[in-house]
Design a protein around this ligand. Sequence first.
Ligand code: C5P
Length: 248
Amino acid sequence: MPISSNNDVAKRLFVALDVPDADSALKLAEQLAPAGVSFKVGMQLFYAAGMRIVKELQTDGRTVFVDLKLHDIPNTVAGAMKSLLRQGVQFVNVHTQGGPDMMRAAAEAARQVSEETGTPRPIVIGVTLLTSLSQAHLNQFLGVNQDVKTYVQHLARQAKDCGLDGIVCSAQEASFIRSACGPDFLLVTPGIRPTQDAAGDQSRVITPRQAIQNGADYLVVGRPVIGASNPADAARRIIDEMAEALKA
Ligand code: C5P
C-alpha cells in the first residue's frame, strides 16, 4: 500500500470500538475523527448495535473492519458472509481454524456478492491464533506440539491457498509470515501496546514501531486508545510512531 502522508498511515490504524452501545461508539468516533483513523467493530458493539452502527461509522468512505470472527460450518459461514456483505461490509474476518472448505466458502461468498452488487470485492481476513493465547496455551490447551510462529505460518499459508486476502496475527510473527506469504498478503496485527501501557489480557504484545518494522499492514488497538483521557492524542502518538517506522 503506497504511503504518502500521515493521513494514509492513520487509515492503517484500526481503533477497536470495544464499547457497550451505539452512543458510546459515536462519541468515541467523534473524538477520534480528527486523527483520521479507521474503526473496528467487534462482537461487543455489533451484538448491541448491529449493522446500523457499522453504516453510521462508514461515513466519508471510512473503512470499518467488522470483526465477528466467523467460525461455523462452510454453508453457515457463507450465508453469514453474504448477509454482512450485501449490507455493505467491506472488511471482515473468519477463523482459519474453521478449515479449508469454510475459508473457501467465505472467499467465494465475497466474490459472489461483489459480482451481484457491482462493488469491489470485500477484504476477507483469517484469524490465526488469538493474541491472548501463548505458547503454553498452544501446547498444553490446544495440544499442538509446535511453536507459535510455525503454527501461525502454517495457518497463514492455508488461508492464502483458500483465497483469503490476509490474516490477523501477532506482529511478533509478522516478518516470518510475510516471508512465507509474500508482499500482497495483508497482515492485521492486534496485541499492540505503546511501551507505557499495560498488556491487560494480551500475551503476545508488541509496540507500534516494532509492528510496522516487522511488516504489519494494519494495527488494531483498543484499550490504549479508547481508555485514554484523550483518545485522539493517544491515536496520534501511535500514528506518529508508525510513520517514523515507515520512513526508517
Ligand atoms: O484492547 P486491545 O488493544 O487489547 O484490543 C484488541 C482488539 O483486537 C480487540 O477488539 C480484540 O477483539 C481484537 N483481536 C485480538 N486478537 C485477535 C483478533 C482480534 O486481540 N487475534
